[in-house]
Design a protein around this ligand. Structure first.
Ligand SMILES: [Zn+2]
Length: 542
């Protein structure tokens, strides 16, 4: 049996009823068009809206339990069923589709629950000044929309005026961990910080979206910057624990409590790389006219510190150091020195049997080492030392020639045998036979080896490694074989930071790069949860 839809009758003239309705509508429109009528309509609208708001505030402020109504739970289950049915009906939709659809289905019930839970929290907060704890006067309610992990949450907060501080306060905002004006929830604050310290903000928004997080309304770059400033504040307090001698003593001995540890070596590696900044932006022409060069590249000082006994190997025989401390800053050598020293103390400086500083030949590094770690053993990175000899070889005999190779080979061996003085003697002997320009170059290299000779001790480590390979190593040699002769750990760390901070076309401001670098370092140092206590419950940070 088939049913037929009735075809509407078409008439040339509207019916009498329709005509009457049209006349009434026209009269009403005419009445609204007078200014008085307009004012009346507007007032009614405002009163209606205010009443709706008051009702919403009243309802929210009495909420004492966060739960889903039975009907909401049922609606969710039904929705989930429907989504799964569609997937089951299509053989080509795989587990990915199931993951995706279930995550979508659960978002709304979680959003409602999060909104209600946040409201319950907000309701429990006393309406006192968070600074002086005075009862706030002129209390009233205002709602705000927070971007959360589950979507936008509307939260009503009581606020009031502190007569003592002369300020309006929203105590619930403090209690919930919300920023003054920024919409991000604490979780989204954290995610903004994490993503933007790893990748440019415009990419981060898209990655987050794919992971089911809407960061588009969070002002991602600004949010990450705010978080970076928070990280800097935390770091300043951390480093300020070095302000008194008593505090330093306390920190140094902190780790000695409990069972005595095996003697260990603490390795410190230091280096620097340069970053492009937007200072004097737009003044290039002006500066050039004054004969000045617009300075755009600045040093980022970095260091890493780790215990040798914490170094391990991956299944693929790659060296890994799971517990490593980092310091990185654009704020100058003093800042690096303090950060590094604090980090070294946290990593066992006070207990180490031996402290080993490894770096290239830069003078500032060795000054810093003398200043902060006067008892440390200093070692020049072997690779840098060899590079300096290769530079001479190439200069004398040309790049990659067999002659250069033949000349440099015995000298490289001398370096590995701790015979730096013999190398210096060879170079000095060579000097009078060269042209003036070459003499100057070779003198620079002689100076380099003279300055660094005390730091060029590789023989015992290399011999220990050889003995290990041959299975003839003594216990002491087994320990020694582990000692690094190069500063590869800091060089790879520098490269990793540069992957984020030195992308094509990237310019930074000092405040911008320092804030993000501080976040990155906090993450690497395993101190993320200091800034985001909620992250402690994540297995990734435990
Ligand atoms: Zn106050």
């Amino acid at each position: 049996m088939t049913t037929t839809t009735p075809v509407p009758l078409r008439t040339a003239q509207p019916s009498r009823q329709v005509r009457r309705a049209q006349t009434r509508k026209a009269r009403r429109a005419a009445a609204r068009s007078t200014p008085q009528a307009q004012n009346r309509a507007l007032a009614e609208h405002i009163l209606d809206a205010a009443a709706a708001k008051a009702a919403a505030a009243a309802q929210a402020s009495t909420l004492a339990k966060a739960q889903l109504a039975e009907a909401e739970v049922q609606a969710w289950l039904k929705d989930m069923d429907a989504r799964l049915e569609v997937i089951f009906a299509h053989p080509e939709r795989n587990l990915g589709e199931i993951e995706e659809q279930l995550a979508v289905a659960v978002k709304e019930p979680l959003r409602l629950l999060a909104q209600r839970a946040a409201q319950v929290k907000a309701n429990a907060v006393a309406c006192q000044c968070p600074e002086c704890h005075t009862q706030l006067s002129q209390q009233r309610y205002l709602s705000r929309i927070i971007c959360s992990r589950f979507g936008p949450l509307t939260i009503w907060r009581r606020y009031g005026w502190c007569p003592r501080c002369g300020q309006w306060h929203f105590p619930a905002d403090y209690a919930l961990g919300l920023g003054h004006k920024a919409p991000a929830s604490p979780y989204l604050q954290e995610i903004s910080a994490l993503l933007v310290s790893k990748m440019p903000a415009e990419q981060a928004v898209l990655v987050a979206e794919r992971l089911g997080l809407d960061l588009s309304r969070c002002g991602l770059h600004q949010e990450a910057h705010r978080q970076g400033l928070k990280a800097q504040e935390w770091r300043a307090q951390f480093v300020a624990q070095l302000d008194t001698w008593e505090q330093i003593q306390q920190l140094a001995s902190a780790a000695t409590e409990g069972p005595p540890a095996q003697p260990f070596t603490l390795v410190i590696e230091i280096d620097a790389w340069d970053i492009r900044e937007r200072d004097d932006w737009g003044k290039t022409q002006e500066l050039r006219e004054q004969g000045k060069k617009p300075e755009r590249w600045h040093w980022v000082y970095m260091a890493t510190v780790f215990r040798l006994d914490h170094r391990g190997q991956t299944a693929g025989k790659r060296a890994v150091i799971p517990q490593r401390g980092y310091a990185a800053t654009r704020l100058g050598l003093e800042a690096l020195s303090a950060q590094l020293y604090r980090e070294a103390l946290a990593r066992g400086l006070g207990q180490a049997q031996l402290v080993l500083v490894i770096a290239d030949g830069a003078l500032w590094i060795w000054n810093l080492a003398e200043d902060r770690f006067p008892d440390a053993r200093q070692r020049l990175d072997l690779f840098h030392a060899e590079e300096h000899l290769w530079a001479v070889a190439h200069d004398l005999y040309g790049h990659g020639t067999p002659e250069a190779q033949a000349w440099v080979a015995p000298l490289l061996q001398q370096i590995r045998d701790d015979q730096t003085l013999a190398v210096i003697a060879s170079l000095t002997e060579l000097k009078p036979r060269l042209l003036e320009a070459q003499q100057k170059k070779i003198q620079t290299q002689i100076g380099y080896f003279q300055d660094n000779a005390p730091r060029m001790k590789y023989k015992e480590v290399l011999q220990a490694r050889k003995a290990c390979e041959e299975g003839k190593a003594t216990e002491q040699q087994k320990q020694l074989a582990n000692h690094p002769v190069g500063s590869g750990a800091i060089e790879s760390a520098c490269r990793q930071y540069q992957c984020r901070f030195k992308r094509t076309g990237q310019f930074w401001t000092t405040s911008g790069d320092e804030a993000l670098m501080c976040l990155e370092t906090l993450w690497r140092n395993g101190r993320w949860a200091q800034l985001y206590p909620h992250a402690r419950s994540s297995s990734a940070l435990n």
